[in-house]
Ligand binder design. Structure first.
Ligand code: ATP
Length: 308
C-alpha cells in the first residue's frame, strides 16, 4: 500500500495536493505524511466526517507518540531559546499558537504538556473568556492585539478572536451581519500579524461528542476534577450542532495560505499533544534560527575577565 493510500484512511489531509507530500528527511519514520500536511485543513474539509479518534499521518501508537514528544523536547526547547535570544537582540520574529476547541478538547493539557516543554520565561500565555466590561468597550480585536507576543516570544492563545465567530454566532451575541463580516476582518488581521514577523499556528482540537460526555462525566465523578467542571459546559454541549456549523464556517473561511488551520483529532490525548508539539517544532524550524553574534569584543572580554 502506498503512503498516500495509507494516509487516506487517517483523515484530514486527503485532499492535500500530491506535491505537498514529499517526505522531509527530518521526519520521524512513524510519520507516513508530515503532520504539517496530514493535519492541515484541506479545501472542502468536512468536519462532520472527520474521525476524532484518528491519528492522521502517524503510524505509531501511544508509546511511540509519547516517545517522539520526549525525543523532540530538547530541540523544541533550544529553538525557543534561540528565538528568545533573537528577540533580545533586536529581532522582530515570534510564534503564535492559537488553540481552539470545545470544552474538554484538551487545550489545557496542550499548554501543560507541550508548551510546558520550553522555558516559561519565553512564553506569553493568554486565555480569553467572556469579555470584561473594559474589553466590551472596544472592538473585539482590541484585547487580541494587546495580547500578541512580543518579538522573541511564543504566544499561546487558549481560545482567541475565533470566539467572536463561534460563541458570538451560536449565542447570537451580535447580529448576523456583524459576525458575518468578521471572517474577512480576521483574515486581514492575521495577514497583518504575519507581515509583522509572527508565524501563526492555528489548531482546532476536535473532540467527539461521545468523548466530551465521558470527560465531563469524569469531572463530575472525581473530586480532584470538580474544579474543572463548569455547568455552562453542558449548556454549550446542548448546542453541539450549532457549534459544529460555526467551526465548519471558521475552517472554510479562515484557513488561509499564510495562516492555515490544522485539524487535530483530540479523542486521544497523546496524539493531540504529539500533533501540536510537531506543529510548533515545525514553526520554529522554519524560522531557521541561529544564535545572535556577540555585540562586544569576545577576546577583549576574555582578557578582562582573566585579569580579575
Ligand atoms: P475553558 O472552558 O476554556 O477551559 P473556563 O471554563 O475556565 O475555560 P473561561 O476561560 O473563564 O472559562 O471562559 C471560557 C468561556 O468564555 C467560554 O465559554 C467561551 O465561549 C467564553 N468566551 C470566550 N470569548 C468570548 C467572547 N468573545 N464572547 C463571549 N464569550 C466568550
Amino acid at each position: 500500500m502506498s503512503t498516500t493510500k495509507k494516509a487516506k484512511k487517517h483523515g484530514a489531509g486527503h485532499d492535500a495536493p500530491q506535491h505537498a507530500r514529499t517526505r522531509p528527511t527530518t521526519l520521524d519514520p512513524d510519520w507516513e505524511v508530515a503532520p504539517t500536511e496530514s493535519l492541515r485543513a484541506p479545501v472542502g474539509f468536512d468536519l462532520a466526517a472527520f474521525d476524532r479518534g484518528s491519528t492522521p499521518g502517524f503510524a505509531g501508537g501511544k508509546a511511540a507518540g509519547q516517545a517522539l514528544v520526549a525525543r523532540h523536547a530538547d530541540e523544541l526547547s533550544e529553538l525557543q531559546e534561540r528565538l528568545f535570544a533573537e528577540g533580545r537582540s533586536g529581532g522582530s520574529r515570534s510564534v503564535l499558537l492559537v488553540l481552539q476547541g470545545m470544552d474538554t478538547a484538551g487545550k489545557g493539557g496542550i499548554v501543560r504538556h507541550v508548551v510546558g516543554l520550553v522555558d516559561p520565561q519565553g512564553v506569553a500565555h493568554r486565555s480569553f473568556g467572556v469579555p470584561t466590561p473594559e474589553e466590551r468597550e472596544h472592538d473585539y480585536l482590541w484585547r487580541i492585539r494587546r495580547a500578541l507576543p512580543e518579538p522573541g516570544y511564543i504566544g499561546v492563545f487558549d481560545r482567541s478572536h475565533y470566539e467572536d465567530v463561534l460563541v458570538a454566532r451560536v449565542d447570537a451575541l451580535v447580529p448576523p451581519d456583524v459576525w458575518e463580516a468578521r471572517y474577512d476582518e480576521i483574515n486581514r488581521f492575521e495577514e497583518e500579524i504575519v507581515a509583522s514577523g509572527t508565524i501563526v499556528v492555528k489548531v482546532a482540537l476536535l473532540v467527539s461528542y461521545e468523548e466530551q460526555r465521558a470527560r465531563l462525566m469524569e469531572r463530575l465523578e472525581r473530586p480532584d476534577k470538580f474544579w474543572k467542571y463548569n455547568p455552562n459546559d453542558v449548556d454549550s454541549r446542548q448546542k453541539w450542532p450549532a457549534y459544529q456549523e460555526a467551526y465548519q464556517a471558521v475552517l472554510d473561511r479562515t484557513s488561509t495560505e499564510i495562516a492555515p488551520w490544522h485539524v487535530v483529532p483530540a479523542d486521544r490525548k497523546w496524539f493531540a499533544r504529539l500533533a501540536v508539539s510537531e506543529l510548533l517544532l515545525d514553526a520554529l524550524r522554519r524560522l531557521d534560527l541561529g544564535w545572535p553574534p556577540a555585540d562586544f569584543d569576545v577576546e577583549v572580554e576574555k582578557k578582562r575577565l582573566a585579569a580579575t
